[in-house]
Design a protein around this ligand. Structure first.
Ligand code: MEV
Length: 286
């Protein structure tokens, strides 16, 4: 008897942080995945294989699986703690694996509701965009007021993800913005307005190249919000100087990855690796 579940990672294209305050945002599932395999075992449920030894994995398993009877194998091609939705991806993969173990499929609503329990545990007051994207796949406009989403016709979009080399802590970053909300409200609303402009372009059939001016402005506003870092700013400038139409942090910031929109993603990745910046092509995933 076995249960298997798989879920992608995600990038936020525009609107991170503002989405926590009711603004719509755009996100896309990417072709890096978490896979979970469940088999029966005597005694308490426990992780027997994992890409990293981290108490958060145990916590996620404790929140989403029965306390006894399962051996859990976790495999991942998704960089962890880089704003790529690794916790949401693990949560949804666990929900799917348990459903498969029980001989059924987990539908979107079940994945969304159960993964939200873990996301709240890890991230405090998340908007839900990470696990909505991971559970639905593809590209979407997320409306936190529903919460609901609308699919975006972004086709086979290929972004470049450049790793800043450090992890950002989503819970700490979201709480930090909240603590300064009285002075940051106008920046949050400006990010919301930029996201609406991106959404209008994309729903009209435009590409991320058409939305490049707004994406660059989004990065400027994220810096004003205090969630960018010197390293991220330097990587953004580096990518723009090498022909990227736009580059910005993606996710909570404070580290993590920079996403770049470039005509030749492979060439930019090769250039980044040559310059000592870990990077990969992040393609949209179903
Ligand atoms: C994290 O990927 C996106 C944030 O907006 C947090 C959230 O929406 O829950 C920073």
């Amino acid at each position: 008897m076995k249960g298997r579940g798989k879920a992608p990672g995600k990038v936020i294209v525009t609107g991170e942080h503002a989405v926590v305050y009711g603004h719509r945002a755009v996100a896309m599932a990417i072709d890096r995945h978490t896979e979970v395999e469940l088999t029966p075992r005597d005694g308490p449920t426990s992780i027997v294989e994992a890409p990293i030894d981290d108490a958060r994995l145990q916590r996620c398993v404790a929140l989403l699986l029965p306390p006894d009877g399962l051996a859990v194998r976790i495999r991942s091609t998704l960089p962890i703690g880089r704003g790529l939705g690794s916790s949401a991806s693990l949560s949804v993969a666990l929900v799917r694996a348990l459903a498969s173990y029980e001989g059924r499929d987990a539908r979107y609503d079940e994945c969304f509701e159960k993964a939200f329990v873990a996301e709240r545990h890890f991230h405090g007051t998340p908007s839900g965009i990470d696990h909505a994207t991971v559970a639905s796949g593809g590209a979407l406009v997320f409306d936190p007021k529903g919460p609901s989403f609308e699919r975006l016709p972004l086709g086979d979009t290929r972004l470049v993800a450049i790793d800043s080399g450090t992890a950002g802590d989503t819970k700490v970053l979201v709480a930090g913005v909240r603590a300064r909300m009285s002075e940051l409200r106008s920046v949050i609303d400006d990010i919301g307005a930029v996201s609406e402009a991106v959404i209008a372009r994309l729903l009209a059939g435009g590409t991320l190249f058409d939305a490049a001016p707004e994406l660059r402005e989004n990065q400027r506003l994220l810096s004003a919000l205090g969630v960018s870092t010197e390293r991220i700013d330097a990587l953004v400038a580096w990518a723009l100087a090498r022909g990227a139409a736009a580059a910005k942090l993606s996710g909570a910031g404070g580290g993590g990855i920079v996403i770049a929109v470039h005509e030749d993603p492979e060439a930019l990745v090769a250039n980044a690796l040559g310059a000592g910046h870990p990077a990969f092509v992040a393609a949209s995933a179903a």
